[in-house]
Design a protein around this ligand. Structure first.
Ligand code: NAP
Length: 499
């Protein structure tokens, strides 16, 4: 059975000798399900998938206990409902360079999952020399600074990337920022191709009064802080004595933040959480976290495994705020809304202190209008239908999505906060023509959605375009050598860390 840590990167699909894991990347429903599923009717229990899984998500069905038994039920349901015929896909033969062609030198900017899958694919399918560059002094990107500290299995994918960092054809420069210490032109002059895997580093603003008050923080910063991000100071979250926090948004990041805030600190002490964040949580004593969704349960952006995890946090009750529209949605036909049928529906009194115990309250059809307070946040004014109410809270975390930021030297599309591209080739917005030797991958290519494993398919597309350009002679020539590049970096950035 495939369980919560599943990263959907489909390493297991390629390892399976009997094609029993679906949806496979070449099937129409790939990318539409929360996890992959093993078909018990065809599985031969060989265990090849467990060896291939980078996050240890696959366990024998009879080893499932407690809340994890729900994964077996989901799997049975998946195959009962599935109409797609499981067929063997065409053999996957990655594009390669013609015999005798010179191997390109490729720079990849970033060291998060999109960068690592790109480097892995380049090294696997070509003789390329790969240079990774990251502005931070430690590699990992959102894998290190975005995955919640209690999702320890998910973080295990970092072990396969750590092996990549030791590859003989890969070198890595940390603490070097392109656009600050080196220009795009200088990077491009020393490589045949440059791939930007810089993610979406900024938070989407709420755009409501009071957003700047102490006690209000974006999830981007909040998550970075509990993961020990070197650029987010330990005191970035203004301490609160309020026992209630509000999280705005209904995606997986909102659920991560709510789970961390509501969890008993002793549970978190056994995770990877940064010490300063744990101490602050112990001091704050938040007991109730209200999660605001502006739409209803049918349109919540969270995935089933994350909701399931929220239902099963030891010592924390999950409830849904009572509202006639919410009751109707949960009782109706919609499958997503029906995921809340086993969650108690309770009235929420959100003025004054919360009831005894720890709880997370999911409140739907509720939009934030203003963060209220003079010296710091004291409450959130919200609108639910025609009524306006105030929720007392001393901490407000806005988890309404990430936003890509412009990359120096590249075009940028403000509307989507991405770099304009065609299948990974950066394109000139005026002509639509590709910029030779310049590529994007991950969230800066397709926008801030999808988990870690989605970057594998995304990286394959970008690398395929790059290798095709190399094979057809469309890559510019690199004028500087690897040694010249090393010298340039040492001159410009004496604090660069070289691996
Ligand atoms: P997201 O999935 O795009 O969710 C953003 C949420 O914010 C949506 O519920 C959206 O509601 C809401 N929102 C947007 N603007 C709003 C506003 N002005 N006021 C109130 N609500 C607003 O983004 P995310 O949670 O940052 O996650 C990013 C990606 O990372 C997702 O693909 C997610 O699945 C992935 N991720 C995965 C995991 C995991 O697998 N464990 C963990 C973390 C993140 P509307 O739908 O109404 O716009």
């Amino acid at each position: 059975m495939i369980t919560q840590p599943c990263c959907n990167d489909a390493s297991c699909v390629a390892a399976c000798p009997v094609n029993c894991i679906h949806p496979a990347p070449d099937e129409p429903d790939f990318g539409t399900t929360d996890t992959l599923y093993i078909d018990p009717r065809t599985c031969i229990d060989c265990g090849a998938c467990t060896d291939a899984c980078p996050v240890d998500a696959i366990v024998p069905a009879d080893a499932l206990t407690g809340p994890d038994i729900a994964y077996a039920e989901r799997s049975t349901q998946f195959y009962a409902d599935r109409t797609t015929e499981p067929a063997w896909g065409a053999p996957e033969i990655p594009r390669s360079l013609p015999w005798g062609a010179a191997a390109p030198h490729v720079a990849v900017v970033g060291t998060g999952p999109a960068a690592c899958y790109t480097a892995q694919e380049l090294l696997r399918t070509t003789g390329a020399e790969v240079t990774l560059v990251d502005r931070l002094p430690v590699p990992g990107g959102l894998l290190r600074f975005g995955v919640a500290p209690d999702h320890t299995s998910t973080k295990r994918i970092g072990e396969s990337f750590a092996a990549l960092f030791r590859h003989p054809r890969l070198r890595m420069y940390l603490n070097v920022e392109i656009g600050e210490h080196l220009t795009h032109a200088e990077l491009a002059a020393h490589h045949h191709a440059v791939v930007y895997a810089v993610g979406a580093a900024a938070a989407r603003p709420l755009g409501i009064p009071g957003e700047e008050l102490p006690g209000s923080i974006s999830a981007t910063r909040f998550v970075a802080r509990y993961n020990g991000h070197p650029e987010v100071p330990g005191d970035a979250v203004d301490p609160t004595r309020s026992q209630r926090a509000v999280v705005i948004g209904n995606g997986n990041v909102a659920l991560d933040v709510a789970r961390i805030l509501a969890s008993p600190p002793d549970r978190l002490a056994r995770t990877d959480i940064a010490d300063h964040a744990l101490n602050a949580l112990r001091g704050a004593d938040v007991r109730e976290v209200v999660v605001l969704g502006r739409r209803g349960p049918a349109h919540a952006a969270y995935t089933w495994p994350e909701l399931h995890a929220l239902k099963n946090v030891p010592g924390v009750r999950l409830v849904v705020e009572d509202h006639p529209q919410v009751r109707a949605a949960i009782a109706g036909d919609d499958e997503r809304a029906a995921l809340l049928r086993d969650v108690p529906i309770e009235p929420a009194n959100q003025a004054g202190p919360p009831p005894p115990g720890r709880r997370i309250v999911l409140r739907f059809f509720t939009s934030p209008r203003e963060l209220v307070g003079e010296d710091r946040v004291r409450a959130v004014r919200v609108a639910q239908g025609d009524t306006q109410q105030q929720i007392d809270a001393g901490l407000v975390v806005s988890a309404i999505g990430y936003r890509g930021t412009p990359v120096a030297g590249l075009p940028f599309d403000d509307a989507t906060s991405t770099v304009p591209n065609d299948g990974g080739r950066v394109t000139d917005p005026a002509t639509g023509h590709p910029r030779p030797g310049t590529y994007v991958v991950g969230w800066i290519k397709r926008g801030p959605s999808g988990g870690i494993g989605d970057n594998r398919v995304c990286a394959r597309e970008t690398v395929d375009a790059l290798v095709q350009d190399a094979a057809e002679g469309r890559l510019p020539s690199a004028v500087g050598t690897a040694r010249d590049f090393d010298r340039l970096i040492r001159r410009r950035r004496p604090k660069a860390l070289n691996h």
